[in-house]
Design a protein around this ligand. Structure first.
Ligand code: C5P
Length: 228
């Protein structure tokens, strides 16, 4: 499978967001929307994006009691969302109900493990006997075993996670940068690197959203993915 590009539509102004999508019509893209647009615009924005011919990735990171998550997933199926995130920390029962809710629809459930904003102190906070990395791996494995379709992880850990979890799943990687322009010290995951490491869906936000010529950057990334 060729890797796909998910554009994180982190734009506050709805008109601006839709006008960007209009200029991208015809490209094979997944559009990721989250709190910023979905809480304000609701299902209408999902329908508009679908009508433009894009796949929709609803990044709401569900985490609640199993029955409530079941209802949320059912609503996402009705809305014909293509990808939906849930927190694997919500537990096995919650994930089982999420899988049950999607039934035989085309919705793909993506499990978030440990958010990259957390540091080692977090494991102490939740009383885990695992370190951050080990905890993320354990959560990913449990999610895949429960029937979750994919895992959100860093491009730097995707190879290891794929090697350690011996089952098929969709690896979704944010944190992609086109070039290392700001800081020579930081490791940067380029689109080519992410694909070679095993990423199936590359999530890119600011490198596209903040670019002057957004369409050009999208095309460049799509080329890089194809040639990786
Ligand atoms: O950094 P960038 O703007 O490319 O981020 C793209 C998207 O990836 C954002 O919408 C952000 O919420 C998401 N993200 C994530 N997990 C991370 C880092 C970013 O889901 N660890």
């Amino acid at each position: 499978m060729t890797a796909k590009l998910a554009v994180a539509l982190d734009i506050k102004n709805t008109e601006e967001a839709l006008s960007l999508l209009n200029s991208l019509k015809g490209e094979d893209l997944i559009i990721k929307i989250g709190y910023l647009l979905f809480i304000k615009e609701g299902p209408n924005i999902v329908k508009k994006i679908k009508d433009m011919g894009f796949s929709v990735f609803l990044d709401l990171k569900l985490h609640d009691i199993p029955n409530t998550v079941y209802n949320g997933v059912k609503s996402a199926v009705e809305l014909e969302v293509d990808y939906l995130t849930i927190h694997t920390l919500g537990g096995v029962e919650m994930m089982k109900k999420a899988v049950e809710a999607k039934e035989d629809s085309d919705l793909k459930l993506l499990g978030v493990t440990v958010l990259t904003s957390h540091s080692e102190e977090y494991t102490e906070y939740i009383g885990s006997r695992y370190g951050l990395h080990q905890l993320a791996l354990k959560l990913a494995r449990t999610a895949v075993d429960t029937g979750i379709d994919g895992i959100v992880c860093s491009p730097f850990e995707v190879r290891q996670i794929k090697e350690k979890i011996n089952k098929k799943f969709i690896a979704v990687t944010p944190g992609i940068r086109i070039e290392n322009s700001d800081d020579d010290q930081k490791r940067v995951a380029t689109p080519e690197f992410a694909v070679r490491e095993g990423s199936d869906i590359l999530v890119v936000g600011r490198p596209i959203i903040k670019a002057k010529d957004k369409k050009k950057v999208v095309r460049e990334i799509l080329e890089k993915i194809k040639d990786a």
